[in-house]
Write a protein that binds this ligand. Structure first.
Ligand code: GLA
Length: 728
């Protein structure tokens, strides 16, 4: 059993393969966080760990106030003795604001229940996990909080969320409604962030914790390119292979908050959830609010292991549908090949050339609908522009099919140009404040996804287009953040619910469309990787990692993304040189090798390639076919970080049975007389003998991992090296 309750100490112990998580109910009914870390045997940790890291006795008030000590609440509320960052706050009808949740009851069930209206990890069978449900309540305000903990048996994962309720006779207004809080007894950690921007998403940054609150957050309405809803707290000297690491990731695509607060006693509280900024939620008596799910991962052996745990969980217990485990088609996207300038003939020409090279799918990107020859008009008018294409969608798809490729299509459903028939018909369908001008982003406004009429319009339009032809893939784009976030339909006392209701509306539309078209492969996108989060991965098993297709920049972007997200979810394409975002010239094979780290495809005008380059596509596709299984289903190991080293970047994949491995290394910059770089492999069977094809040598796994070898020297910037390793 993974979840145990010790009656005597009134402690819960949640055990995953190498970690324990302990909670305790005090005599007064407060629910305290006691421990999370390497496996322990005891339940009652009283003499080892004081309630708050220092103060165990002499409490005077109901809770904590004595000597400034505060208790390690499992789900802290504000206003009744706790002064650190809360998980939940509620304002009562009389204007008072205090929350002090006490234990009421608990139950343990096999499996994992779904979250109402929200994406979440799931179990394939009930024996994969157990769920602890703890009911808590504040009898004064009437707030109730039901806390959910799912413990995965074969992974060091605990998922948490809360369902907040109101048992009072009058409304409560939530301010903070976060998903989880964790207490760590020291502050001796460094905190990882994945900040970024358009075209340079998820850059790896570590900083030691200091006193006070330090937060990673988005206030943009989306999880955003600027900060990912993910963090890890790691021992100060932790590395890829060493040290305790605590991972936190939110299954949510909207504004989020992750805050680590170090108090005056050097204990650390971490909270994660929907961003309380500009948010409130009115709970009428009897109503419920479900928080998104937080996914907590522990690793005692560095952040490489933490990432592999996330990869395994998200590959099998988050992504869904027929494409979850299937090899993805090698696609060619026409965006960087044609931008808006295309018609059916040009697309078919591209498809015919692509077929010669062995590419399997053509994706028609932006520009096929409404009046859309640039980014100033047409969004919202999801009707095929047959005049521009020169034929119907069905005819185009048939011609592409005749060329030997399947067909995919691009949508940007949440957006609307003021210059569109949809806007002229429904100006009230956008997010805006009626009394002030609305900001445009990329010439567009944002549809109010909280409105049922908007949701129905989108489902109807997308379904109609998908129904017109045999469409096998849909890219769901979203190219600006929210401003003037105001819905015409919400009353003033619910107005600030709009941020979260937008996301709930988006999820509802995604749910309806992906359920109606279960065979379609969906890929999410937000100006590249602006919404790369587990929420979107629940509906769509892959995400366009970045609009930056430069292979050298992609090394960092993909490296950062791999901290939380599986390689098989990363959209990666070979594009033209000079690269459209950087002007850099990278060898064709290197571009292919970097695109192997993901779903693999092309995004360039194949008709303009010279013969020598065109012939290389065949080599790239051969390499893809050879390693695809290993990349898609293998364990991923980061070897050399492009953030810590200006020269090489290296990574590898190992098959689950450890019989095969594939090592890739790309030279970011060549210097003359460079000190050779030694790389130690990871994840191999120490006792097994392996043959490295390209080096023509055989060594045991232990030698390759403990001694490693020097990366063979290459000449010229941006060359790549691939090593095929097979067990003898
Ligand atoms: C965004 C996407 C691109 C492309 C364009 C089309 O920028 O990230 O891949 O689809 O929109 O306008």
């Amino acid at each position: 059993m993974s979840i145990q309750f010790d009656e005597q100490s009134r402690s819960f112990k949640l055990d995953t393969p190498s970690a324990s998580y302990v909670l305790q109910i005090t005599e007064k009914g407060q629910l305290l966080h006691r421990y999370w870390g390497k496996t322990v045997s005891d339940y009652d940790l009283g003499a080892l760990l004081p309630w708050n890291g220092a103060q165990t006795i002499g409490l005077q008030g109901e809770n904590t106030i004595d000597a400034g000590g505060e208790m390690a609440f499992e789900f802290p509320g504000g206003g009744a003795g706790d002064h650190r960052v809360p998980a939940v706050t509620a304002v009562a009808a009389d204007g008072s604001s205090a929350v002090d949740l006490r234990y009421v009851s608990h139950s343990v069930t096999p499996g994992k229940p779904p979250l109402s209206g929200l994406p979440a990890t799931y179990v394939n069978s009930d024996d994969e996990a157990e769920t602890l449900v703890i009911e808590t309540a504040d009898d004064y305000s009437g707030l109730t909080a039901t806390l959910y903990y799912t413990v995965f048996k074969n992974l060091d994962v605990i998922t948490r969320h809360a369902v907040l309720g109101n048992k009072a006779a009058t409304p409560l207004t939530l301010g903070y409604a976060l998903s989880a809080a964790i207490e760590l007894p020291t502050n001796k950690y460094k905190m990882l962030g994945l900040p970024g921007a358009w075209a340079r998403e998820r850059q790896v940054e570590w900083a030691p914790l200091r006193r006070g609150g330090q937060s990673l957050q988005s206030r943009r309405g989306y999880s955003s390119a600027m900060m990912n809803p993910f963090t890890a707290l790691a021992d100060l000297d932790a590395s890829e292979t060493r040290g305790d690491v605590y991972g936190f990731n939110l299954v949510y695509s909207g504004s989020f908050l992750i805050e680590a607060e170090v108090d005056h006693k050097d204990t650390t509280r971490v909270v994660i959830g929907v961003n309380p900024y500009d948010f409130s939620w009115k709970l009428e008596p009897g109503e419920l609010f479900t928080t998104p799910e937080a996914v907590l991962v522990f690793s005692a052996t560095g952040y490489g292991e933490m990432s592999r745990t996330y990869h395994k969980l998200y590959s099998k217990n988050l992504c869904r549908g027929v494409w979850r485990d299937k090899r993805r088609p090698i696609l060619i996207n026409n965006w960087e090949a044609t931008y808006f300038n295309f018609n059916a003939d040009r697309l078919v020409g591209l498809a015919e050339k692509a077929a010669e090279a062995g590419i399997e799918m053509l994706v028609m990107d932006d520009g096929w609908f409404g009046k859309r020859d640039d980014d100033r008009s047409g969004l919202g008018d999801w009707f095929v522009n047959e005049e521009k294409l020169g034929c119907s969608l069905a005819e185009l798809v048939e011609r592409v099919d005749d060329a030997g490729l399947s067909f995919g299509i691009w949508f940007e459903p949440e957006m609307i140009n003021p210059d569109s028939d949809l806007y002229r018909a429904h100006p009230d369908w956008v997010l805006r404040i009626p009394t002030r001008p609305a900001n445009l982003g990329r010439n567009q406004l944002v549809l109010d996804m909280s409105r049922p009429d908007v949701q129905d319009y989108l489902v109807e339009r997308i379904s109609d287009v998908l129904g017109q032809a045999d469409i096998k893939y849909l890219k769901w784009d979203c190219n600006r953040y929210l401003t003037e976030t105001f819905s015409a339909l919400l009353p003033a006392d619910r107005s600030r619910e709009v941020w979260h209701r937008y996301i709930l509306g988006l999820y509802d539309v995604l749910d309806r469309i992906t359920s109606a078209f279960p065979k379609v492969l969906f890929e999410s996108c937000a100006s590249g990787g602006g919404r790369y989060d587990p929420g979107m991965l629940y509906y769509m098993p892959q995400t366009w990692t970045s609009d930056n297709t430069d292979a050298i920049d992609r090394l960092s972007i993909q490296y950062g993304t791999s901290f939380a997200y599986p390689i098989r979810t990363m959209g990666a394409h070979v594009s033209a040189i000079p690269n459209h975002q950087t002007g850099r010239n990278t060898p064709f094979m290197t571009r292919g090798d970097v695109a192997l780290q993901g779903t693999f495809g092309y995004e360039l005008d194949l008709t303009k390639l010279d013969e020598a380059e065109f012939d290389l596509i065949e080599d790239q596709i051969d390499r893809y076919q050879e390693y695809q299984k290993l990349i898609f289903g293998g364990d991923f190991y980061r070897l050399i970080s492009p953030f810590e080293n200006p020269f090489e970047a290296a990574w590898m994949y190992v098959s689950p049975d450890k019989k095969a491995a594939f090592v890739q290394c790309v030279l970011q910059r060549k210097v003359a007389n460079h000190v050779p770089r030694r790389v130690q492999l990871q994840g191999l069977d120490p006792a097994a003998l392996y043959f490295i094809e390209e080096l023509g040598v055989s060594y045991h796994g232990d030698s390759l991992m403990h001694i490693g070898f020097e990366i063979p020297e290459v000449f010229g910037d941006h060359e790549s090296i691939c090593l095929t390793i097979k067990r003898k």
